[in-house]
Write a protein that binds this ligand. Structure first.
Ligand code: ADP
Ligand code: ASP
Ligand code: MG
Length: 409
């Protein structure tokens, strides 16, 4: 019988120094000593990705996405061989692979490419030869051009879960700088409680609205292939961490599972747009074509045939939006647009959110009591998101955590 296969992923903080890379190698060696085959996915060391991004913008004001991807992928390409070397010194035979060598194929969209296919022939061959396979995370290639793509910030998680799915691993372990998934970002709410288990659905929703501990696409792939994902601390080896799975054991009867926030958001209002069919498409199609992700959209009631349309985008996209909008405004016959760069979002997530009377009201009351003005509201079946001033975001997270008593079981 072949040994069970485990995929482990180590984040940037966990690999920030030579000593930490050696520590990760000892962890890998320990897992291997228990008779498992291992694929290990790595992020870039520490703040490398941010540093590379800054370097690019010192040279070019708006670096083309293709070159940025080629640049950013080098971060992970450095860590993979370093970890393979550290494993060799532990007496563990290892080989490092880039995304291309690992068979990670993506769609053509740079900066937030989606994995379309994994062809893990090389990985399988290396595993059969008895080696630990160390894969550079966050990157893939476009099948026909072999151009390098990256999977979006935090995308190494997605490499790991996609490989776990493709290789039918027994589980995927995400090693990071916190002990698991909490009821809120523990750096913002020190009283946040560690969740022992959480379902894919709730985790996906939390990740999509800012819980950076997991990349949303990783959770989606995990759900589609039913991969058990364990989020654990690389600094506390004995901790169990959080299991993300299909049917989590319910620890509580709480309707709200957690709070997530996004700090770097911008809000745009297109002012006095003629209210007629096709206007929304005329505004949002050019943004979509430019690869801008638009979230909360609000169209006001119209007066005398004119309406305001507001939406939010990530702060990192606002320059692109501001460049595109003058032409859009002219085409639709609007008066103009205004952009506010000091926006944040705070969300409550839980399968009981919309089905239970009073849950929404409690959110709005808690924000009101904290003196926070809500600018926009968006809902999904298991989430409510409020758009608020950026300066209020941490207060909002703590107020909501308190309002739903999330520190208690
Ligand atoms: P890595 O480099 O290991 O991938 P990330 O910085 O991407 O680490 O993700 C871990 C961070 O996610 C934590 O340091 C924490 O600040 C943040 N975070 C946000 N929301 C949560 C949450 N609900 N539970 C745990 N961590 C969270
Ligand atoms: N290094 C990439 C980033 O900082 C990918 C990752 O860490 O998952 O976003
Ligand atoms: Mg991450």
């Amino acid at each position: 019988m072949t040994e069970p296969l485990l995929v482990q992923k180590y984040g940037g903080t966990s690999l920030a120094t030579a000593a930490r890379i050696r520590r990760a190698a000892r962890r890998v060696a320990g897992a291997r000593a228990t008779g498992q085959r291992l694929v290990v996915v790595v992020s870039a060391m520490g703040e490398t990705t941010d540093r590379l991004l800054r370097l690019a913008t010192q040279i070019h004001r708006q670096p083309p996405a293709r070159e940025l991807d080629a640049l950013l992928a080098t971060g992970e390409a450095v860590t993979a061989p370093l970890l393979a070397l550290a494993l060799e010194t532990e007496g563990v035979p290892a080989v490092s692979l880039t995304g291309l060598q690992a068979g990670i194929r993506t769609g053509p969209h740079h900066r937030r490419a989606r994995i379309v296919d994994v062809a893990p022939r090389r990985i399988v061959a290396e595993l059969e030869a008895g080696r630990v396979v160390v894969v550079a995370g966050f990157q893939g290639v476009v099948a026909d051009t072999l151009d390098t793509t990256t999977l979006g910030r935090g995308g190494s998680d997605t490499t790991a879960v996609a490989l776990a799915a493709a290789l039918q691993a027994v589980r995927c372990e995400i090693y990071t700088d916190v002990r698991g998934v909490y009821t809120a970002d523990p750096r913002v709410e020190p009283r946040a409680r560690l969740l022992r288990e959480i379902g894919y659905e709730e985790m996906l929703e939390l990740a999509a609205v800012g819980a950076a501990v997991m990349h949303p696409r990783a959770v989606e792939i995990g759900a589609a292939h039913n991969v058990p994902i364990w989020v654990r601390s690389s600094f506390h080896p004995r901790d169990r961490g959080t299991l993300i799975c299909r049917e989590p054991k319910l620890e509580t009867r709480q309707k709200v599972r957690g709070i997530a926030h996004q700090a770097a958001v911008a809000k745009v209002t297109v002012v006095r747009v003629p209210d007629r069919p096709g206007i929304a498409a005329a505004i949002f199609t050019p943004l979509a074509e430019a690869g801008v992700n638009v979230d909360t959209i609000v169209q006001n009631v119209s007066h005398e045939g004119l309406t305001d349309v507001s939406f939010t985008v990530s702060l990192s996209d606002i320059d692109a939006v501001e460049a595109l909008l003058p032409a859009v405004v002219a085409r639709v016959g609007a008066v103009g647009f205004v952009a506010d760069r000091n926006i944040a979002k705070v969300s409550i997530v839980g399968t009981g959110v919309l089905g239970t009377p009073g849950v929404a009201a409690r959110m709005f009351q808690a924000l009101a009591d904290a003196g926070i003005n809500i600018e926009m509201i968006a809902t999904s079946e298991i989430r409510i998101t409020a758009t608020i001033p950026a300066g209020a975001v941490e207060t909002a997270v703590r107020a909501l955590h308190q309002a739903y008593r999330l520190e208690r079981l």
